[in-house]
Write a protein that binds this ligand. Sequence first.
Ligand SMILES: Nc1ncnc2c1ncn2[C@@H]1O[C@H](COP(=O)(O)OP(=O)(O)O)[C@@H](O)[C@H]1O
Ligand SMILES: O=C(OP(=O)(O)O)[C@H](O)COP(=O)(O)O
Length: 406
Amino acid sequence: MINTLDDLDARGTVVGCRVDINSPVEDGSLLDDSRIRAHVGTLETLLEADARVAVLAHQGRPGGGDSFSTLEPHARRLDTLLDAPVGYVDETHGKSARAAVDALDDGECVVLENTRFYSEEYMTLEPDVAASTHLVTRLAPVFDVYVNDAFAASHRSQPSLVGFPRVLPSYAGLVMERELEVLDDIATTDNPRTYVLGGAKVSGSIDAARDVLARDLADTVLTAGVVGNVFLAAADEDIGKASTDFIYERGYWDEIERAALLLDDYGDRIEFPSDVAVDRDGERVELGLDDLPPGDDEPAMDVGQETLDRYETVLDESRTVILNGPAGVYERDVFATGTRTLYRAAADVETSIVGGGDTASAMNALGIDGFTHVSTGGGAALTLLTGDSLVAVDAIADAPKRSAGD
Ligand SMILES: Nc1ncnc2c1ncn2[C@@H]1O[C@H](COP(=O)(O)OP(=O)(O)O)[C@@H](O)[C@H]1O
Ligand SMILES: O=C(OP(=O)(O)O)[C@H](O)COP(=O)(O)O
């Protein structure tokens, strides 16, 4: 059992509230605000209880291009979504950040700068070490309690997620509470159970696939997106120079070998694309396996129709589907076909659980709904659905309790 907001008397309390508002960003603009809206309930609950709230969050990954950016647009967006005034400070734990927290009145909120602008936050650290980072040692003294609502990042053992609970009374926010409630029950859903693994986080998807196959949680794993391309390469198909370079540039080269080992062990339960849609001078051109490789500058940006027909048949027969990641570059209309088709088929399954930042953006962009549960987290949901616990949730459970006089 972990403490939740029901256990917190927040009036006049300075709350460090970790949220996950990591969103698609291009040229400094937010492309989707669903993750920001997801935390409105938790923040409103705290602010209406007259807490003083300092919001902590990350955005993107170092080296991750446009998406590794400031939280200023997020703060502006939050200001329009919340009744209370929302400030922003362009530091995370420096003097001006701490002064901004100290200056809060009851019922006011400030967004601190992207936690990953500081290298410590992008390391995987044991909770005790995380508690000794600059972020935690500087901010913990200005917080009274810590609330973690960042379910989508709760598989990361990073300072803002596991460090504060070593030193502060800690609580799960409403998003965290709801996600744990729904996802903890997955092993009890009906078979056949299908996992659809798309998107670009290849390493996490391969880990998840191995786990769910080994534990018989998955009857079938359908692969798509970059994950599907890696499995195609693992099956010795020549996906062409452009897609191969992409995998190499992302640092996923070793994943081809890991995918091949997975195919050796569980090939009868893993499906990979039998055709792909490549970008030929901006046009969608579908190529079967016999037509591979594509031209040197023709990346595989989506799965093809034959693959979609096969995958739809599997989904039609499934009673539970767990889906993470788009099937292709859904941001471009011509390559959104795979994502649209698979998401629609998944939404028709008796129990459908989907998760991931881009997955939610794709659903919104393509106007698809009707899922049993839309998780705010991709990797976190997959971690939980493999039966593993989440480090940041374990940290809340182990946190010191607040004494009556505090
Ligand atoms: N074939 C592909 N080639 C390049 N990028 C792809 C391909 N398929 C999907 N993507 C990209 O994957 C990204 C989403 O992946 P990911 O972050 O893993 O999803 P989520 O956030 O839902 O977990 C999107 O930006 C999408 O354009
Ligand atoms: O977007 C996120 O994960 P997700 O895409 O797996 O849902 C979270 O914000 C965690 O980000 P990270 O995977 O860079 O640690």
